[in-house]
Every structure is written in structure tokens, then in C-alpha cells.
Design a protein around this ligand. Structure first.
Ligand code: GLC
Ligand code: CA
Length: 565
């Protein structure tokens, strides 16, 4: 099968790439190419409960993370984003924060954090904390004071309203996690608003005191050595002050609530004022802001970069995670869209809220090959990749099979339609021993049976493992200027089996070819007609290789090669 490539003049892209690089970076500490540290860094999300348990109580902790820094360095990680490790009643496993400036005792102490920060720094690894900006825990001292009386100092730090009458909340807004978003509090006979669980009251960002206190939290952590924040649920900071009902769109969600178009509870324009302010603080520390931005299209994503790239540096493009099948056409569309966005792209394929990529793309037979294929994709694009722990060893989503086993509350409210997020939060699989080397005690979520075949110890010894492939691609990515800075040039845009593109930087051109089909593919890229005489394999799976102009890809194969004149 030979197909004609659609080459576009690489030289045009070279000059464009330079201009884009200049326009995108107005901050400090740029490298010679105008790029800042976070543009070349590989980020890695750690769900601290599930990464490594140093004191063997079945729950991961900060000392556990510190003990694995060498592993992360060796893997090729430059920054770790730690999901919330602050004091919390753990209703939403840390996303209900009761003190922003401390560490939950189950994860350790501030002293443990300082050790982690300094050990990470020695290895050149940045620390990003998860900043839960929309809400606190109902046990936070601000909320305890707020609910104590209508005249308390913190009353207006949260969103309190009268109901429409006895038993009737102020309007129809539903919580994302089921039921009304309003909770009646008998102490003061008013309702408070919570976009998520009842135990997660929304902060009132219209109150300048809230803004000041929250901005100060980031200063406090920057001074303690962190390099930035992932902003949780940033779409939800503001609500319509007139409390207009959200339009109901028909049908009911897994919790039995009517579907709503959340036009009055998400993405209000006021959020951008907050982001610009937070960015100013961030720039004083050369930090980075990553956003949990659930946008419906690139126009919405662009708003989060800010009109002059003065809001989030790395708003996550979840549209990429909505491609749930190996479709070159779909990926091409999403890559092209984010590549043309107004800021630097961020690529995510899994996290603690969504089914792992191993299951979303795997066909049940070639999952390991497909896991390598996905690595070949999101680690070679122009932009910053964020890896989710365990993806590099091919961890599988293992959801609970019975409602009684569910830990994540949405799985109990929504069972069986919503089986919870437990499946993608299982303990990291370090070795074959009991509890996968995560802990000597029974772990808070069961270790999946696949730990016997997919674990760090075994995969480190196997040159053909998913882990070995991740390491190879990440090593290449760090050393290869075209992969770091080059433009993205799509090739063969009508090919239904193979996704291929160039990454082109000055006279360096890298070809990436990814076979998304279960059949061998041979493609004549006609490099010689474009003045390239050789194609050197940089990283490839199995028998995938290049000969002359023809690249042969095994089923689900990856070929990454350097083109030379
Ligand atoms: C974000 C987090 C999710 C959490 C929610 C509420 O979506 O990623 O895990 O439950 O915010 O804080
Ligand atoms: Ca522990």
C-alpha cells in the first residue's frame, strides 16, 4: 500500500515557528529560543494516596513520593503535579481542603514537604501543587465561621441565599455530583451553594477578601519552593448573581437529576479577572499555572490563555481526551486545532477523573502496543505533555465490581451508571510482591491483578516493555530540538490508518509515523523528492523501520526518524 504524502514546504514553517515562539513568550527566564522552562518540561501527575506508602498504613504519602524521585528522574520527568495533599476530611479525597497552608497528617508534615521539595530540586524536578480554588471543605475554619451567623466575619466568603420557600432551594442549579447545588443550613435559615459535594461549599470570588486570601496562599507556597499550580475546576468560580435557572435540556444524568446547560454556573467571564490577577502573582515567582479547563472548543480554550497570554500558561485541552478511539482523522483534527491555539499546547490523555488511556484505546489484545503508540503520539507533539502516574507501565482502569466496594462517593450516588473514579486511582504497581510494592499493608484501593504483569521492576528489565518505550521516547524528546521546539507539519492527511507528521526546527526534521491499525502499513513518504537523502531511525517499535523513502510500520507500530539532506 503506497500513498502520496501531502508535503508542505517545511521552510515556510521554519520562519513561522520562530515568530510564534517570540509572540508566545513575554515572561522572564526564557531559553535561547524564547521558551520558558514549562514549555520543555514533561509533567507527571501523582495521586498521592496511590503512589507510594512509606509508613505502611495503606495510603501513599509525601515520603513515599520522595523515595521515588530517582525513578521519576530516570523516567524523564521534569515536574510533578501532586493532587491535593492538604489537610482534608477526604470526602473528595483531598479536593475538600480544610487548610490550604499545611499537609494532611496522613501524607506527612510540612517538614516532609520541605525534604521532598529540596530533594526534587537537587534532581531538577519542579513541584506543582493542586490548588482547589472553587470551594473549600465544610470543615475549613472560614466556612465554620461563615455558617455560624449571618453577621460573622466570613459570612460573605461563601454563597448564601434565601430559599424560595420552605424546602425550596433558591433555583434549579444541580451539583455536578448529584442533587441540588444548594444545601439548607438551619443555623441561619439560608442555603449555601456547592457545585460539587455538600461538603465542598463554593467560595464567593466576588468578595475581594476571598481573592486576597487565596492569592496569598499561592505566595506562601511559592516561597516554600513550589513552581506553580494546577487550578482545580477553574470553570466553576463564578455563578450568575441573579440566580437565573439553568436551561434544562431533557433526560436525566446517572444521579437521576435533569440534565442542565450550565450557562449560569460555569465559565462566567469574571473568571478571567481572577486568572489575570493570579498570573501576575505567578509571574513574580517565574511559576506556571495549569488549568483544569473543560472547554467545548478551541475558541473557549483560547480564552483561558488570556487575550495577551496573560492568564493560564497551560490550560488543559481535554478535547484530546474525548477522542476515545484510534482514529487518525480525529487526532489530526484535535492536534491541528490546539496547534493553532493562541498559546502553548498542553496534551493530556489520562488523569484521576477519567478512564485510563490503556482502556480507552486498547482493543483487549494489543493494549501494550497501543500504549506505546499513544506514548509515540502525545510525547512527540509540539506542546507540554502531562503524564498520569502508571500510564508509563500500562496500568489498567480497574473499577469496583460491587457498590459496597466503592470509595469515591459519586460511585455510590450514581451506581451502576456511574461506577466512580476508583478504577483509575488504584495503587502504583512497583513490583510483583504483595500490594505491588506500594505498601506492606492492604492498600486503600485494591491492587489490580494486572500488577503481576505490569509493574516497574519487571518492566525495567524488559527492553520491550511499555516503560522501556516511554523512557526511550522521553529521552529522545529531551535531547531533540525538533521535538522540543519544532513546528508541527501534518502529512498524508487523508490516511485512515497512519497518523504522520513532521516536527521541524531549522535544519532538523523529525518524522513521526504512528500506525493506528492492526495491519502492517507501508508508506512512501517521498522524502527524496524533498531533498532528504536519509532517514535515521531514532525510536521505533518492533520491526517498524525505514528503507529509502518507504516506512514500514508493524501493526500499531511507531516510527520516529531523523531526516537529513
Ligand atoms: C476536579 C478534580 C476532581 C474533583 C473536583 C472537585 O474536577 O479533578 O477530582 O472531584 O474537581 O474538586
Ligand atoms: Ca502512608
Amino acid at each position: 500500500m503506497h500513498r502520496k504524502p501531502s508535503w508542505i514546504l517545511v521552510s515556510t514553517f521554519l520562519s513561522l515557528s520562530f515568530l510564534t515562539a517570540c509572540a508566545q513568550n513575554s515572561g522572564k527566564s526564557k531559553d535561547a529560543e524564547g521558551h520558558q522552562w514549562w514549555q520543555h518540561a514533561v509533567f507527571y501527575e501523582i495521586y498521592p494516596r496511590s503512589f507510594a506508602d512509606s509508613n505502611n498504613d495503606g495510603i501513599g504519602d509525601l515520603k513515599g513520593i520522595t523515595s521515588k524521585l530517582n525513578y521519576l528522574k530516570d523516567l524523564g520527568v521534569d515536574a510533578i503535579w501532586i493532587s491535593p495533599c492538604f489537610p482534608s476530611p477526604q470526602v473528595d479525597f483531598g479536593y475538600d481542603v480544610s487548610d490550604y497552608e499545611n499537609i494532611d497528617p496522613m501524607y506527612g508534615t510540612l517538614a516532609d514537604f520541605d525534604v521532598l521539595a529540596s530533594e526534587a530540586k537537587k534532581r531538577g524536578i519542579h513541584i506543582i501543587l493542586d490548588f482547589v480554588v472553587n470551594h473549600t471543605s465544610d470543615q475549613h475554619k472560614w466556612f465554620l465561621d461563615s455558617k455560624s451567623s449571618r453577621t460573622s466575619e466570613h459570612r460573605d466568603w461563601y454563597v448564601w441565599r434565601d430559599g424560595k420557600g420552605p424546602g425550596h432551594p433558591p433555583n434549579n442549579w444541580n451539583s455536578d455530583f448529584g442533587g441540588s447545588a444548594w444545601k439548607f443550613d438551619p443555623t441561619t435559615n439560608q442555603y449555601y451553594y456547592h457545585y460539587f459535594y455538600v461538603q465542598q461549599p463554593d467560595l464567593n470570588w466576588r468578595n475581594p477578601a476571598v481573592k486576597d486570601a487565596m492569592f496569598d496562599v499561592t505566595r506562601w507556597w511559592y516561597q516554600r519552593g513550589v513552581s506553580g499550580f494546577r487550578l482545580d475546576a477553574v470553570d466553576t468560580l463564578f455563578e450568575d448573581p441573579n440566580l437565573r435557572d439553568n436551561p434544562v435540556t431533557g433526560g436525566t444524568n446517572p444521579y437521576g437529576d435533569p440534565y442542565e446547560e450550565k450557562i449560569y454556573t460555569t465559565k462566567l467571564p469574571e473568571v478571567h479577572d481572577v486568572l489575570r490577577g493570579l498570573r501576575k502573582v505567578t509571574d513574580q515567582y517565574n511559576g506556571v499555572l495549569i488549568g483544569e479547563t473543560w472547554t467545548a472548543n478551541i475558541a473557549e480554550l483560547n480564552k483561558y490563555y488570556g487575550e495577551s497570554n496573560n492568564e493560564l500558561q497551560l490550560p488543559m485541552d481535554f478535547l484530546f481526551t474525548t477522542v476515545n478511539k484510534l482514529s487518525p482523522a480525529e487526532f489530526r483534527k484535535q492536534i491541528a486545532a490546539v496547534d493553532a491555539a493562541s498559546g502553548w499546547p498542553t496534551f493530556v490523555i489520562s488523569n484521576h477523573d477519567i478512564v485510563r488511556s490503556y482502556d480507552r484505546y486498547g482493543d483487549g489484545q494489543h493494549n501494550d502496543q497501543i500504549a506505546k503508540l499513544m506514548a509515540g503520539l502525545y510525547l512527540t507533539l509540539r506542546g507540554t505533555p502531562i503524564l498520569y502516574y502508571g500510564e508509563e507501565i500500562g496500568m489498567k482502569t480497574t473499577p469496583p465490581t460491587r457498590k459496597e466496594e466503592v470509595k469515591d462517593p459519586i460511585g455510590r450516588t450514581g451506581w451502576p451508571k456511574e461506577k466512580s473514579r476508583d478504577g483509575e486511582r488504584t495503587p502504583m504497581q512497583w513490583n510483583e510482591s504483595a500490594n505491588a510494592g506500594f505498601s506492606t499493608a492492604a492498600s486503600w484501593l485494591p491492587v489490580p491483578p494486572t500488577a503481576a504483569t505490569h509493574n516497574v521492576a519487571d518492566e525495567s528489565k524488559d527492553p520491550d516493555s511499555v516503560l522501556a518505550f516511554y523512557k526511550k521516547v522521553l529521552k529522545l524528546r529531551h535531547a531533540n530540538r525538533a521535538l522540543l521546539d519544532g513546528t508541527y507539519v501534518p502529512l498524508n492527511e487523508n490516511d485512515q490508518n497512519v497518523l504522520s507528521y513532521l516536527r521541524s526546527y531549522k535544519d532538523q526534521v523529525v518524522l513521526v509515523a504512528l500506525n493506528m491499525s492492526g495491519a502492517e502499513q507501508k508508506i512512501n513518504f517521498e522524502m527524496s523528492q524533498h531533498g532528504f537523502s536519509t532517514t535515521k531511525s531514532l525510536v521505533a517499535t518492533g520491526t517498524s523501520s525505514a528503507k529509502g523513502d518507504v516506512v514500514t510500520l508493524e501493526p500499531y507500530g511507531v516510527f520516529i526518524g531523523q531526516l537529513s539532506k
